[in-house]
Design a protein. Sequence first.
Length: 250
Amino acid sequence: MGFETLRAPQLEGFGNFADVLRDEAFWDSLGFSLRFGTLTAVLEVALGLFLAVFLAPILQRHAWLLAILTLPMMVAPAMMGLMYRLVLHEFVGPVPHYLLAWFGTSPAFLAPGNVFWTVVVIEVLQWTPFTLLLFHLAYGSISGEIREAARMDGAKGWWMFRRVEFPMMLPTFGVALAIRFIDGVRVFDNIYVLTGAGAGGSTMSLPIYIYTSFFRGGNIGAALAASVLFALASFLILALAWRFAQRRPA
């Protein structure tokens, strides 16, 4: 493969892209990233929307609570991964210790069979506050006159949310979903600190694949080709999200 070293490059045209597309590890890492990004984005957007609507009356009276609720996303992802690595450690972690003491058993959170759901939960706990903040702002920006007109027409409760409020929040919904999906697909630091590529590559995301190809495997051509493919895919997703955000409810 070309670009074996930075001092002695070899021009291979699209050969590096062909090699990457034939690499099974690339497709495995892409599959992990897509599953992880989709699942975390859906959970974060759903939870953020629910919390924004459910907590709206409380946050309206006590705006300072929003600062507390958004604290998790202020922590660096690498630090979050390190914290959970200690908290969930099978031998010294407090969570396995208390589960074992109270229930007589404790799952191995970082074992290959459980680690995917562990990193999903960690990601959701950290970044749901971001979607909560977006939806809180969008929900609060809906005109009171629109709500009053809907009430005069008999709208209330779930019908009000489904037919009036949610359609007006659709642009925010699309942008939040796209941003969290892209962030989920490009996840690196917290997973790398927590588990690395995992046993048998069980937690190898696409950025971790690029990192290991470049810095550990010395496969610079593959790393650069994978990076370009990843950038193009991210741009396409962002463009689709932008078009969705331009839509206005009828």
